[in-house]
Design a protein around this ligand. Structure first.
Ligand SMILES: Cc1ncc(C[n+]2csc(CCOP(=O)(O)OP(=O)(O)O)c2C)c(N)n1
Length: 189
């Protein structure tokens, strides 16, 4: 499965949900498919997209929050999984695109390439719902089931280590920051 195809498959379902992604390849891919004011691409703070998603999910329990993460990023903040599980926001769906590499900085292999299992780690941390998928149909099914279940879920989507040739986009961090903040503070109809 290619991550960009997985993103295309769920893109319509992200329209009215709060989305936080990691930086680099996934951010560029999602922007390429179609940016929205409810998407925030967390730059620089590697590993902390799920922590930011947790904060938003806890303060906005009426909204569904979706975090699009990477294996390298999760491995950098494994303690974040224990904090997610501890507070268990029912409105947070944590998707980890596991390409077994740090693709955005050259493709160095991560520990998932040598057997570390992020879904099992999330489950052991106390995340109540976890799944590992490696085909688009299974991914979209797991995604829909997680939204319907209304409980904290981590989906590890095994994807090929391929991405766009450039990760630079024309959306600056500050522009995205103010736009996203305005979106969050706007009353939803
Ligand atoms: C604290 C910190 N260390 C290193 C980096 C550099 N960096 C940016 S993206 C990235 C790799 C992210 O890997 P992963 O989460 O697996 O996503 P992928 O690039 O494979 O999509 C790294 C190391 C950073 N931004 N912040």
């Amino acid at each position: 499965m290619k991550r960009v195809d997985a993103l295309r498959a769920i893109h319509p379902k992200l329209a009215d949900r709060i989305v936080v992604t990691i930086m680099g390849a996934v951010a560029a891919e999602l922007q390429g498919i179609g940016h929205r004011p409810n998407f925030f691409y967390l730059q620089h703070a590697m590993g902390l997209a799920s922590s930011m998603g947790l904060g938003i999910a806890l303060t906005r329990p009426e909204r569904q929050v979706i975090v699009l993460d990477g294996d390298g990023s999760v491995l950098m903040n494994l303690g974040g999984l224990t904090t997610l599980a501890r507070y268990r926001p029912r409105n947070l769906l944590h998707v980890v695109f596991d390409n077994e590499s740090l693709l955005s900085v050259g493709g160095f292999p991560t520990a998932t390439s040598t057997g570390s299992d992020l879904a099992k780690i999330a489950a052991a941390a106390g995340v109540p719902r976890t799944a590992t998928v490696s085909a688009i149909d299974d991914f979209t099914r797991a995604f829909d089931e997680a939204l319907a279940a209304g409980d904290l879920t981590t989906i590890v989507a095994k994807v090929e280590a391929v991405g766009p040739s450039k990760f630079v986009t024309d959306l600056s961090l500050l522009e995205n920051r103010f736009e996203f903040q305005r979106y969050l503070s706007k009353p939803q109809t």
